[in-house]
Ligand binder design. Sequence first.
Ligand code: GDP
Length: 510
Amino acid sequence: MEHAADYAAEIARRRTFAIISHPDAGKTTLTERLLRAGGAIQMAGQVRAKGERRRTRSDWMTIERERGISVVTSVMTFEHAGCVFNLLDTPGHEDFSEDTYRTLTAVDSAVMVIDAAKGIEARTRKLFEICRLRDIPILTFVNKMDRESQDPFALLDEVAGALALDTAPMTWPVGRARDFVGTYDLHARTMNLTEEVAQSDPRMAALGEEIDLVRAALPEFDRAAFMQGSLTPVYFGSAIREIGVLDLLDALAAFGPRPRAQPADLRTVEATEPALTALVFKIQANMDPNHRDRIAFARVCSGRLVRGMRLKQVRTGKQIPLHAPQFFFARDRELAEEAYAGDVVGIPNHGTLRIGDTLTEGEEVNFGGVPSFAPEILRRVRLDDAMKAKKLRQALQELAEEGVVQIFRPQDGAPPLVGVVGSLQLDVLVARLRAEYGVAIGYDSVPYTVARWVTSDDRAALETFVAANRSSLADDLDGAPVFLASSAFMMRRTEEQSPRLTFRDIKDVH
Ligand code: GDP
């Protein structure tokens, strides 16, 4: 490598993370404050896209507004303290667990935002479990300290108890609720205050006592334990008053995980390897309805991406030209001239790229590991205008590739079914079909409630089963057989009668 040192340094300064929280804890506010704290970014060799396109609002954003939830996952890039931050936004609503799961496969760390009054809530716990499954190190931000809140010691206890996680406070709140004025850095032993506080102020006396107690009773920060995911450093603050936000950002810069090594089928790929590898973890169609675009979001896992490269799509062996990879900055996007391990780029394409695709410079290596979950709700799509059948077929294919819904084509030739994990996805499908494809649909119920992917090491047994159960079998988007049962009871019975087959509720893409 000509510039091996520069290259390693570029990767070392990447911080790719997500924020996980329960709705209302303050994720959106914290995101805005982080973007504001971090400067707008202008990396070397980057050019502004012509006409500076803004993401236009489409109909599914109306759903988002009406329901007050964030349906869209996007990536925001900004710079601070010499680091390049890629913040991947995870949808806040529980209906979108699959999308969230995929996003969390693409980050190196997560910031867990907790409401200081409410502590650990259901959604936080769920997302935390996903992070733990993936060994993702977590920093904790206790938000809304400007309001009546629980005692910080009690909160630390609650986090530790509820999540079986050591908590190491890194800062300590100065004053509480309306008198909250800033943080004390327990390591640097410095104050970060929004207004001057006299030494004689009762808040200072209280702080002194609490700090003694913290040092005597609570765990110290241990980076190895943090990297293993068994300890979380904790920061106190108020996103809305911009207190504690810089503490958090500086911490990510100072000791937040760099781009991690990624396990693949044949070997583990180190981020600092020179050859480029990337994983497609999200597809988003029609972000800009005027241009009918389709963007595949890829995380660069190793090496350096340069505009104009041709990459190999390992699943098909096809060559994918990178004419116009893009970076995203809140609402703007720009052409990316180059990107490094840890970065997320958008690759415009017309349906070639799929979720779970690995891209390489030629190596046959596959990350996979982006699973699908069995749907909990199955419906048949009812088309109001029969003239639009062809359009509907294409639209369903595109939206299924994007992961909005799953599509199941019955082997007996009946019209396709859609499957979703949460019912909100059904509304999103209706809205997007109408807004983006001009197709109006409704739903009919079906006699199935359970879907399981069927596999077997015994090919003959699988073929026999398929031949005997055609009316209960459907093919998924990739042509993999899925067994449909009317109830959990029927599903169990079929499993008992088919000992050579495996019925799965999670499917890895490759
Ligand atoms: P999200 O649902 O997690 O994205 O939460 P939002 O960022 O939308 O915040 C939810 C509500 O809490 C909004 O009304 C915010 O203005 C408010 N909020 C966010 N951060 C703070 C904070 O630090 N202090 C107070 N008092 N309110 C906050």
